[in-house]
Design a protein around this ligand. Structure first.
Ligand code: HEM
Length: 499
């Protein structure tokens, strides 16, 4: 022991330590200068370990929102900037023209997401339309699109309406005539959405308002809120390489949903009943002609129901945050209520009525501009790609990100971007290309119409019977752990029953 402290041993120790530190420093500098070497502007405050995503990865800022801070850190006129997640080089696109170029015109090279990486194993959260890679994606998209098309809305509307009944009963029970009652609009929306997922995607009726402690409700609320899922989402979105290391079954435990889904399919096949829901569609796909690219059988059927979980979660967020904005602006809220009333008086609670609610449409468009439910869009380069009119080549496999908070909040494209102004979407105005709440190109959201109808149904039901206000002292903070947009402590609004 004492011999170890001999001066010459100590100097060896020092030399080795300094060499290790120096090598690490040089290695990090080399890795973190990747973009500079390729002639691309890169961000400045890069951490040697975490790269540019430290606050997102450590949940100090909501990961999707953090991407918008990177957007703001970049020079205003830069069409794109390089940044790093740990040491992985990623590109953040800023210019709507470049975005269109990559997501639409050069789609063939950007047809895969970086999401879920290359290790796509047994998982309801990854091998669905959102996460699947080509060539299977192209085939799957073609098969799934008709199950969410405009034609299907007619069948889904009655399911959406009947799902709203327990929600309205619950609100009625909570509110007293004239006295305002503070209710968490996010929670109400999550519960409605949980019942909607059961009704549309799992072919089963549930009531999360009356039975919040039921196994289903507890499981699905955990899906929306749990820390485990928050970790899962940040991992699959931004560091999918870690999925295998952490374990996909830890990330997405589908035991409960699996049981429910298969019970529904089995009983539907036995009864041959048609409800116009997703179980009907999936049974049709299962009994149809199969393609070797993607077989509609076994677990693959279950994985597609995953689409509805995140899809309806997005529309739930859109409804809750739009309601919050309306709760701040009485004039706008009154005008929307008029719009809803006019349509319902004329057409009843029908698709025609919802199609006529033009001002409500504008408010929802503005709601998802300010609060994009899916805040980050990603792609991955299929082959080396030269950015048109430049010498810059992005290497095959490089992740490319688009920050919707960044684009939608950029004063270059939206005047007073922090303000809720539905008139931005007046008929005679041109919507900037920077507005992409549903993404862009052949891989844009497949559930746009279903999502919009969901939001409209919920908002029209609530606003037909209630006035809502955001209490003056209330502050709605984003959930730092959430990759999708979510409020940390709910969206507490005062509900007043209309006489
Ligand atoms: C207001 C509600 C919604 C918003 C704001 C929204 C937003 C988005 C966004 C931004 C994307 C990524 C698009 C891209 O990469 O270019 C996406 C993809 C997707 N969304 Fe939605 N979504 C909503 C509702 C829904 C609903 C209701 C469903 C299904 C029932 C759904 C299913 C999907 C699927 C399957 C994808 C992946 C499409 C593909 O990769 O081919 N979404 N959504």
């Amino acid at each position: 022991m004492e011999e170890w402290f001999q001066p010459h041993n100590l100097s060896y120790f020092l030399i080795i330590t300094i060499t290790i530190i120096l090598s690490c420093y040089l290695y990090c500098s080399y890795k973190l200068n990747y973009w500079k070497r390729r002639g691309v502007i890169q961000l400045k405050n890069t951490s040697r370990i975490f790269g540019d995503f430290k606050d997102g990865i450590l949940f100090r800022t909501p990961p999707g929102y953090h991407m918008s801070q990177l957007y703001k850190e970049a020079p205003a006129d830069a069409p794109y900037v390089g940044f790093y997640i740990f040491h992985k080089p990623c590109l953040l696109l800023k210019d709507p023209e470049i975005i269109k170029q990559m997501l639409i015109r050069d789609f063939d090279n950007f047809s895969n997401r970086h999401f879920a990486g290359s290790v796509q194993k047994d998982s309801i959260g990854m091998i669905n339309l959102f996460g699947i890679k080509n060539p299977a994606w192209r085939y799957l998209r073609r098969m799934i699109t008709p199950t969410l098309s405009r034609g299907k809305l007619k069948q889904m509307l009655p399911l959406m309406m009947e799902t709203g009944k327990p929600m309205m009963d619950h609100l009625d029970h909570l509110t007293d005539c004239k006295k305002p009652k503070v209710i968490d609009a996010q929670d109400v929306n999550y519960k409605y959405t949980a019942d909607l997922i059961a009704n549309v995607a799992l072919g089963t009726k549930t009531n999360c308002f009356n039975f919040p402690d039921s196994e289903y409700c507890k499981n699905i609320m955990a899906f929306f809120h749990s820390f485990k899922r928050m970790v899962a989402l940040v991992t699959v979105f931004f560091t999918p390489e870690l999925v295998e290391m952490i374990g996909y079954s830890i990330l997405f435990d589908s035991t409960f949903v699996r049981k429910m889904f298969w019970n529904a399919v089995e009983s539907r096949e036995k009864s041959r009943e048609k409800r116009g829901d997703y179980i009907d569609s999936i049974i049709n796909l299962k009994n149809g002609k199969q393609d070797s690219l993607y077989k509609f059988d076994g677990d693959n059927l279950l994985f597609q129901s995953g689409t509805f979980f995140s899809g309806f979660e997005s529309s739930s967020t859109a409804a809750a945050f739009t309601l919050m904005e309306l709760a701040k602006e009485k004039n706008i809220q009154d005008r929307v209520r008029e719009d809803i009333k006019r349509a319902i008086d004329k057409h009843g609670w029908t698709l025609e009525a919802f199609a006529k609610m033009r001002y409500l449409d504008q408010c929802i468009s503005e709601g998802i501009r300010l609060h994009p439910s899916v805040s980050t869009v990603d792609r991955c380069t299929f082959e080396d790609y030269q950015i048109p009119n430049t010498d810059v080549v992005i290497e095959k496999g490089t992740p490319v990100y688009i920050s919707l908070y960044g684009l939608h909040g950029d004063p270059q494209y939206f005047e007073e971007p922090e303000k809720f102004k539905p008139e931005r979407f007046d008929n005679d105005r041109i919507v900037p290309d920077a507005y992409i709440p549903f993404g862009a190109g052949p891989r844009k959201c497949v559930g746009v119409q279903v999502g919009q109808l969901h939001v409209k149904v919920v908002l029209s039901m609530i606003l037909s019977e209630y006035e809502v206000y955001l209490p003056k002292s209330a502050e709605v903070k984003l959930d730092n752990r959430s990759t999708f947009t979510a409020a940390a402590e709910g969206i507490n609004l005062q509900f007043i029953k209309l006489s």
